[in-house]
Write a protein that binds this ligand. Structure first.
Ligand code: KG4
Ligand code: ZN
Length: 337
């Protein structure tokens, strides 16, 4: 079964080709035009998706060495995301599915992230049940995954997402966007124990996160620094701030493991690219006999390979969408449960 995956929920136009669960080729066209605005401009994003989607699909098909006529189905992100961006991908997918007379599969973007850790497996199959720490720019969730479409939300951020904490922290520290990679790179030369930032909810027995207080703590810390001190101590402050975010993620995940008894864990979403997070998870997994699964770095952030794989598993259980598939900017995985 050959699936074309399409992803246009935010600022990446992505296409991928997957055959029987195995990735053949993928393309991500990242929109750089937003950098000069200091954030994503929805109107600009949808126009660029419209320009980029045909070249992205053509390149993915060519890289896979196949032709459009070989496709068996099209999987497309239909939410959550920016309405104008989702519309481009979904409309394109509908047109192509109609023209080629092949099924259309609407995929939840977050469900795609859940599958990213299985893209490097022999046939893209997952070992259920497992816990997934899904940490991106818009979400910080811990999901218990019992099977395709069987998701239970174990914990979530009550305010900012972990990626947002990185992005807002980087802005305060005068580092670039996106903030996660910028903080990680600055932190390489710093001492993670130089500044003592709070660890919200440590010691509590639920699995929820809170990151907004951490960002405020950084804001106050920087406000009270003598002039010139930030430039001298940026690496130490970045390392300490990163350590606080990672500690919170680990601490809550440990509670989730205690509560569910699950020993198999995967991480997903943009923040799952973080090297300190991976190091600390490895240490914990070795000590506690846990099986830890990480997506290859290129599949942590938004891509269409994960959408194609999620679509493949939906298709295997006979789930396809009609041409009346709509976009759902506020779609939540909880809707599938
Ligand atoms: O999953 P993603 O690409 O987009 C969303 O669906 O949100 O995640 C983007 C987020 C950004 O907040 C970015 O700062 C963060 O992932 N991120 C990282 C790293 N790489 C990307 N955070 C921490 N460390 C990284 N290496
Ligand atoms: Zn994402």
């Amino acid at each position: 079964m050959m699936i074309l995956g399409l992803e246009t929920s935010c600022d990446d136009t992505a296409a991928a080709v997957l055959v029987d669960g195995i990735l053949q080729a993928h393309v991500v066209s990242t929109q750089l035009d937003h950098d000069s605005y200091g954030g994503i401009v929805p109107e600009v994003a949808s126009r660029l998706h419209e320009q980029n989607i045909v070249p992205a699909v053509k390149t993915a098909i060519a890289k896979a060495g196949v032709s459009l006529g070989d496709l068996s189905a099209i999987a497309v992100t239909y939410g959550p995301g920016l309405a104008g961006s989702l519309v481009v991908g979904v409309s394109f997918a509908k047109g192509l599915s109609q023209a080629l007379d092949i099924p259309l599969i609407g995929v939840d973007h977050m469900e795609g992230h859940l599958w990213a850790g299985f893209l490097d497996g022999p046939d893209g199959a997952a070992d259920y049940p497992f816990l997934c720490l899904l940490v991106s720019g818009g979400h910080s969730h811990i999901w218990e995954v019992a099977g395709p479409g069987e998701y239970r939300l174990v914990g979530r951020s009550l305010d900012d997402a972990a990626g947002e904490a990185f992005d807002k922290g980087a802005r305060l520290l005068g580092l670039g966007f996106p903030g996660g990679p910028a903080i990680q790179s600055e932190a390489q030369h710093g001492d993670p124990e130089a500044v003592s930032f709070p660890r919200p909810f440590r010691g509590t027995d639920h699995c929820n996160f809170s990151f907004s207080g951490l960002k405020t703590a950084l804001q106050y810390y920087l406000r009270d620094l003598p002039p010139g001190e930030l430039d001298r101590r940026r690496a130490d402050i970045a390392a300490s701030y990163q350590a606080a975010i990672i500690d919170c993620l680990l601490d809550r995940l440990q509670v989730a493991v205690q509560q569910t008894g699950l020993k198999s864990i995967c991480i997903a979403g943009g923040v799952s690219a973080n090297a300190r997070l991976r190091d600390q998870l490895d240490t914990w997994a070795d000590k506690s006999g846990l099986a830890m699964r990480y997506p290859p770095l290129e599949f942590c952030t938004d891509n269409a390979a994960m959408i194609a794989l999620a679509g493949y598993h939906r298709h295997l259980v006979g789930e396809t969408s009609g041409l009346d598939l709509g976009i759902f900017p506020d779609l939540s995985l909880a809707h599938h449960a």
